[in-house]
Design a protein around this ligand. Structure first.
Ligand code: APR
Length: 318
């Protein structure tokens, strides 16, 4: 079983690679990045990070071989490919600039991956997530069960960790579901949040719950403010969990960015919804029976993703 991670010289990509290797179910993880320049010298970040991680194998006790490369031929025959390649937003760069640059990167990377692994499954992590997943789907020409985005597991994990801390229980015992786009318009569903099946409202008052929901929505920004760059530990762990579910055919139910064609009243749009993940990718999109308020929030979130997608199409038509 072979996994490729692109952008693996960076923070999220190297963390996905390490998390996959530590779970020890794959034969190899190929870590792809570009050749970079530092102080006039060429450097190979994915080769360096792969070597460093492989050197930890006797300590962490895993067999998964990690290899760094800049050559896509080394990715041939991958079962799952994770795309984390992209540029972070820099001072003076507009949102449109970022959208255009990352879309070009995701398009280029997808073409190269698909050429060498025509039967692979693609997990997109690069932002803006819902639109980058659409780029990967359209570029690959794959069926929509084989292309998905990582967002919901991360957002739900943040929400669960905040709740666990507030209530004073293990994060393992909090179950929750968040829907919608990855960002401020995500849709938390307190109705589906429980402590071992018991309604969350039994453990926390409404105001505090609302505060935690708001903190979750701004969870990415909170970390950018603390670190000056975006997060990687939880995003990397979340993507690795998706890889594992697919490769071990676990039928795990996770919120993921999935391509909707009629589900939840949406057409040709990636949006965070619960799916069943296993062999072949998304085996099923699960439709939750939403109340009017939840459906309205989801529609608003979908409108936001539509508007970024429209912006992207206009930029690409220029
Ligand atoms: N091909 C391969 N790798 C590329 C390419 C490309 N065309 N362009 C950029 N990269 C690599 C960079 O060289 C860098 O090593 O992508 C990596 C990105 O890593 P970081 O800058 O550390 O960014 P990171 O924090 O890992 O975030 C990556 O994931 O969560 C999202 O918003 C985040 O879109 C961002 C992505």
């Amino acid at each position: 079983m072979k996994v490729t991670v692109v952008g693996a010289g960076g923070n999220v990509g190297s963390t996905v690679s390490m998390a996959v290797a530590q779970r020890d179910f794959a034969k190899e993880v190929v870590m792809v990045d570009i050749v970079q320049e530092k102080d006039g010298d060429k450097i190979y970040p994915s080769k360096g990070r792969a070597l460093d991680q492989w050197e930890s194998s006797p300590i962490h006790q895993f067999d998964t071989k990690l290899t760094g490369t800049v050559d896509y031929e080394d990715t041939a025959g991958s079962d799952v490919c994770v795309i984390t390649a992209g540029v972070p937003r820099k001072p003076g760069m507009s949102r449109d600039d970022l959208l255009e640059i990352n879309a070009n990167i995701v398009q280029d990377v997808t073409e190269k991956l698909v050429k060498h692994s025509p039967n692979t499954i693609i997990i997109v992590v690069s932002n803006p997530l819902d639109v980058m997943a659409q780029v990967a789907l359209e570029t690959s020409g794959f069926d929509s069960n084989r292309v998905m985005g990582m967002a919901g597991i991360l957002d739900t994990a943040r929400y669960r960790s905040f709740l666990a801390e507030e209530i004073g229980v293990s994060p393992k015992d909090i179950q929750a579901l968040l829907l919608g786009g990855h960002g401020d318009t995500m849709v938390p569903l307190p109705r589906f949040t429980t402590v071992c099946g018991m309604p969350i409202t039994q453990f926390i008052d409404e105001d505090k719950l609302e505060e935690i929901v708001d903190r979750t929505k701004g969870g990415g920004g909170e970390l950018v403010n603390l670190m000056g760059t975006s997060a990687w530990y939880a995003p990397g762990a979340a993507a690795a969990q998706m890889v594992e579910a697919i490769m071990l055919d676990q039928n795990r139910v996770f919120p993921c960015a999935a391509h909707l064609n009629g589900e939840y009243g949406q057409e040709n749009l990636f949006l965070g919804v619960p799916v069943k993940l296993g062999e072949g990718g998304i085996k099923e999109i699960i439709e939750v029976d939403l109340n009017d308020e939840e459906q309205q929030l989801l529609d608003e979130s979908a409108d936001h993703v539509h508007s970024v997608l429209k912006e992207f199409r206009q930029l690409m038509d220029k």
